[in-house]
Design a protein around this ligand. Sequence first.
Ligand code: KG4
Ligand code: ZN
Length: 364
Amino acid sequence: MLILNKTAGVFFKPSKRKVYEFLRSFNFHPGTLFLHKIVLGIETSCDDTAAAVVDETGNVLGEAIHSQTEVHLKTGGIVPAVAQQLHRDNIQRIVQEALSASRISPSDLSAIATTIKPGLALSLGVGLSFSLQLVGQLKKPFIPIHHMEAHALTIRLTNKVEFPFLVLLISGGHCLLALVQGVSDFLLLGKSLDIAPGDMLDKVARRLSLIKHPECSTMSGGKAIEHLAKQGNRFHFDIKPPLHHAKNCDFSFTGLQQVINKRIMKKEKEEGIEEGQVLSSAADIAATVQHTMACHIVKRTHRAILFCKQRDLLPQNNAVLVASGGVASNFYVRRALEILTNATQCTLLCPPPRLCTDNGIMIA
Ligand code: KG4
Ligand code: ZN
């Protein structure tokens, strides 16, 4: 943490020398002089070690990722010290792979960008100390990146999106609605009062022992729920979305998780099975939890759209809603948000699923 705070402080205000170095790092091509900045992005905030090389026009020149999902599935959740060790074991290889794929020599990089917050301190520390070492060796400028801002701005890599736009970030560690007014100008409209939706899905998947389900054994909790939900009946149980009467844009997922847990216990009794075995009604439970979560997310987002339009913070027509983060790769949630945006004359934009989950491209 000490390294983190110290480093973040130093690099948030780059020295004049570093700025001049950055400006000098334009590549020269015989016959033409054009500005061609190339950034290496490094992400280690949670359980993915990722790196990418991206140029200033958004071309992805190379990328690599090492997912820790399978290990954490076995331990029943992310153990920070285990995540840290896995990042240590893989970071050098992943950065090397991204650089090799890009065919860019490290000396031709214009800058190195790395996630500095928010996330697991032990995981962030690995990416940060690796990057600082590289920055020192290569004498390149360092760009500190806010993980959530990176998720929010990723859409600008694939679509031409003007400010302001509304962003919904739903992942394993975060849940927020914000108005994006500029690259680092965010107005927070609502957040989760307890856990994030991905965390809730991961917990439900663990309680359902989906790791033992032959079709889901290597999937993250959220992905396993989405997969099974396709075979289930979402109306099997009737569960009211949380915060039904709250007149704000906040979210809550703990209550939903507890209600689902009670249903699972009841079903286990009915089916005469022990905790740790897969219920025959697992698909119905998956469909119900996915549907209730989607309804909750859509209702809170609807409130945010109305609020922004009432106050002229967003245009009345064709306002853009961007949904990103791991849970936004869920097609049921996307479809529900699409129904909302069609009804409110807004446009829904989501990065492709592989750019919704953590990756190095969004950091670069
Ligand atoms: O953005 P992300 O890769 O990491 C952070 O949390 O920042 O999101 C990971 C989360 C996990 O909780 C995972 O279960 C969830 O996103 N997730 C999904 C899906 N794929 C991943 N949730 C719902 N449906 C999916 N298809
Ligand atoms: Zn993330």
